[in-house]
Ligand binder design. Structure first.
Ligand code: PHE
Length: 337
């Protein structure tokens, strides 16, 4: 019989014996008989050296393959007799491609927020933190928002107690900063806000704003226009058209709404902008009444404040049509930024 045939027979014999083994002890004996240091296969592998040169490679390959197969049969049987000893990974295929490592990335809202804060930092503003749980005093009263103002309506605000609420905007940061420091002040602050809005494509009960405040001697409406125009051009590009229109906020006087020319329709009016302009932020000169609350002398100091919704800016910049996508954590959406 050719050595090839006897090697193949060996596998059949081992298979039978392993299959018949009733306990670990007899299985171990079979292992030693075939695979042990002085076992049959080891002897065969040694004897290959004495074979004619041209037969050696093939016989070697075959003997090694059979050795592997018998070892596998042995391990399967061992697992059968004593589950858990071998584990599920009985065969390691080293030719399998490696597992792909995917790196995490920043949320689109973090990207936009960082970009905006970065622009204001270059303009000399400091970044400060605010708190999401606020009191009525900081969210409304000190911001000159009278008790009967619609913004105070229960429908808009999540109250925790009569006095404690989830902030409805980032403007309370203005009061906290002015209470704790003297002018000159130049700060921006970014964070979550909450309103009792039903959620749809453009409304979400949780959203993000960035607030800014500049107070010093001699700050005028020209500073407001200059800083905010420069910011919008840096964020949306050199060809951005900036428009200021009168508006109303309880804590600023005069107040403005700042819009940019719609780049989609080139200010002709389209389904995104309506009238050719996209509203980006609210702003105004700090109302002297607000200065009273923080004990600033409004004859000596003046300032301006502004606030903007980050979701809206991200939606415009990236062409996102539904605000709910930001909170759904769908990896297919988040992966695109
Ligand atoms: N807090 C206002 C809002 O939520 C925005 C704003 C901030 C307006 C600062 C003027 C000054 O709509």
């Amino acid at each position: 019989m050719e050595i090839q045939d006897s090697i193949k027979n060996l596998k059949n014999e081992a298979d039978k014996e392993i299959g018949a083994a009733m306990d670990q002890k007899s299985l171990e004996e079979i292992r030693i008989k075939y695979l042990g240091k002085k076992g049959i296969l080891t002897q065969i592998l040694h004897s290959i050296g004495e074979m004619p040169q041209d037969k050696r490679p093939q016989a070697g390959l075959l003997a090694n393959a059979i050795k592997g197969e018998i070892a596998l049969l042995y391990r399967k049987k061992l697992e059968e007799l004593i589950p858990g000893t071998v584990g599920i990974c009985t065969l390691t295929d080293l030719t399998l491609p490696g597992r792909k490592m995917t790196a995490g990335r920043f949320h689109p809202l973090s990207l936009i927020s960082d970009e905006i804060l970065q622009i204001f930092k270059r303009l000399g503003f400091n970044v400060v933190d605010g708190r999401e749980i606020e009191t009525e005093y900081y969210n409304f009263e000190a911001l000159n928002t009278p008790e009967d103002h619609p913004a105070r309506d229960l429908q808009d605000t999540f109250y925790i107690t009569r006095d404690i609420l989830l902030r409805t905007h980032t403007s309370p940061v203005q009061i906290r900063v002015m209470e704790n420091s003297k002018p000159p002040i130049r700060i921006v602050s970014s964070g979550k806000c909450y309103r009792r809005d039903a959620s749809d494509a453009t409304h979400s009960p949780t959203f993000h704003q960035i607030e800014g405040l500049m107070v010093d001697k001699g700050v005028t409406f020209a500073h407001l226009k200059g800083i905010l125009s420069s910011f919008l051009v840096q964020l949306f590009g050199v060809n951005t058209v900036v428009r200021f229109t009168p508006s109303y906020f309880p804590f600023t006087e005069p107040s403005v709404e700042v819009s940019i020319g719609c780049w989609i329709c080139k200010r002709k009016g389209c389904h995104i902008c309506g009238n050719g302009y996209l509203e980006i932020l609210g702003a105004g000169m700090v109302d002297p009444n607000v200065f009273k609350y923080v004990k600033y002398d409004s004859k000596k100091y003046s300032g301006f404040a502004f606030g903007m919704g980050i979701e809206r800016i991200a939606m415009l910049k990236y062409g996102i049509e539904d605000i709910r996508l930001f909170l759904e954590n769908d990896i297919r959406f988040l992966k695109q930024f």
